[in-house]
Design a protein around this ligand. Structure first.
Ligand SMILES: Cc1cc2nc3c(=O)[nH]c(=O)nc-3n(C[C@H](O)[C@H](O)[C@H](O)COP(=O)(O)OP(=O)(O)OC[C@H]3O[C@@H](n4cnc5c(N)ncnc54)[C@H](O)[C@@H]3O)c2cc1C
Length: 381
């Protein structure tokens, strides 16, 4: 029977719920908005399957990618609509053209939640495009993917590293017709914090959310939210929800000790933002987005060779230098405890309160600026 001695023992992938032959495990939301399994002990027959498929109990081996690419989707409109270089859409296009099914994360109808779903057309794939910085609910997506794989249709399954690790454990064998894709993952924020933030600031009738709007460029990406009488589009650096996310205040506890990074998910392809592109491959850089593609398997190599991307070879060292989240979990900041205590009392306003206390003072900003100028003067000599 699955037993959690601490919250960080569960990444929320739902593999245990979906594998249980007795259907005696359900997911319940805790007071921070994360889902955890709850076992009906009276119905449990102690078969142990739930433990066998848990990606936290059975963490994989770390692995280096076979190839590292900086890559772009040559279709500029798709690239601009994607978070990075738009590679996910190209891989999805190929699978859809071959009669396959693509799994990934989309906002639900209220925009207040993110769910894992299956897409069978490019119109449906469009909803999966773009990063949603909220943990997605897996539901029965592994079971649905399994049924489709058994029909012999191709499946592209995308998600966070722990979601891909969970899928692989759930399936318990490899399928030639399955391609897996995970994203480099900073960590997944609480769905409850997102829901409260959205309700407090934009009310009930939200029509559009884009957490990676590129209208002013990829590096200066913006957050765009449209609701009744409220059109918001500001730099992500000024958006308090993104600030709290990047300050690691409200990530899932397992994200601080992620068991699926550094290739441990077993994913065929890992995609991220190639943040060091201007330093590593300046001629390839533009401000429309470049994907970092870590190709983890022969199957991943075949999939990338089968699409017409514009790419440059890079190195794993380049990738990790500018994107440490490939290998390392972020640390839980001490302010996280204060955040959750305040969140219980005042809801989403706690984000601004705690973030404000973490911002450097005017004096330390001036000192930092002077140090930077000095550094440039010394190094120019
Ligand atoms: C929570 C989160 C944290 C991330 N952290 C980093 C990071 O630290 N460094 C970095 O380089 N890149 C990070 N990324 C990945 C990056 O933002 C892009 O998603 C990735 O580069 C793919 O970009 P693309 O242009 O190819 O495709 P896009 O179309 O932009 O990507 C869409 C893909 O992301 C998946 N996806 C979107 N939201 C979620 C979600 N909530 N849960 C699971 N899957 C989701 C979709 O299923 C689809 O496969 C993160 C993504 C997420 C969702």
């Amino acid at each position: 029977m699955i037993h959690l001695s601490q919250k960080s023992d569960c990444c929320g992938c739902h593999a245990c719920v979906q594998v249980c032959p007795q259907r005696c495990i359900s997911m319940r939301e805790d007071d921070r908005g994360f889902l955890y399994p709850e076992v009906d002990a009276l119905s449990c027959v102690e078969c142990g399957l739930c433990e066998t498929v848990c990606p936290v109990i059975n963490a994989g081996e770390s692995r280096r990618p076979l190839r590292v690419l900086a890559a772009k989707n040559p279709d500029e409109s798709v690239r601009l609509a994607s978070s990075s270089g738009g590679l996910f859409t190209m891989l999805a296009e190929r699978v859809i053209a071959e009669g396959g099914v693509v799994f990934g994360a989309k906002f639900d109808e209220s925009w207040g939640g993110v769910v894992h779903t299956a897409a069978e057309s490019m119109d449906e794939v469009a909803a999966l495009r773009g990063s949603k910085y909220v943990q997605s609910v897996m539901g029965d997506a592994y079971q649905r993917a399994y049924a489709i794989l058994r029909q012999g249709r191709k499946v592209l399954f995308s998600g966070t590293p722990c979601q891909i690790a969970g899928l692989k454990k759930f399936l318990r064998r490899d399928y030639d017709n399955l391609l897996t894709l995970d994203v480099v993952c900073h960590g997944v924020p609480s769905p409850l914090v997102w829901r409260e933030y959205l309700k407090d600031n934009f009310g009930e009738n939200v029509r559009v959310v884009n957490m990676r709007d590129k209208s002013k460029g990829w590096s200066a990406y913006r957050v765009k939210i449209e609701a009744d009488c409220n059109k918001y589009c500001r730099p992500a650096s000024e958006n308090v929800y993104i600030e709290g996310f990047l300050k690691d205040l409200y990530l899932r506890p397992s994200c601080y000790v992620c068991p699926s990074k550094a290739g441990r998910s077993g994913s065929d392809i890992t995609l991220g933002d190639f943040w060091g592109i201007t330093q590593c491959h300046p001629d390839f850089a533009d401000d429309k987005g470049v994907s970092l593609a870590l190709i983890g398997s022969k199957k991943g190599e075949g999939a990338v060779d089968g699409i017409d991307i514009s790419a440059e070879h890079s190195t794993y060292e380049n990738a990790v230098r500018y994107n440490p989240c490939i290998e390392c979990s972020v640390s839980e900041p001490p302010q996280s405890v204060a955040f959750w205590n305040l969140f219980e009392k005042i809801g989403a306003q706690a984000i601004e309160e705690i973030c404000r206390s973490m911002r450097p003072s005017a004096l330390s900003r001036i000192i930092l600026r002077l140090k930077t100028i000095l550094w440039h003067i010394i190094h120019r000599r």
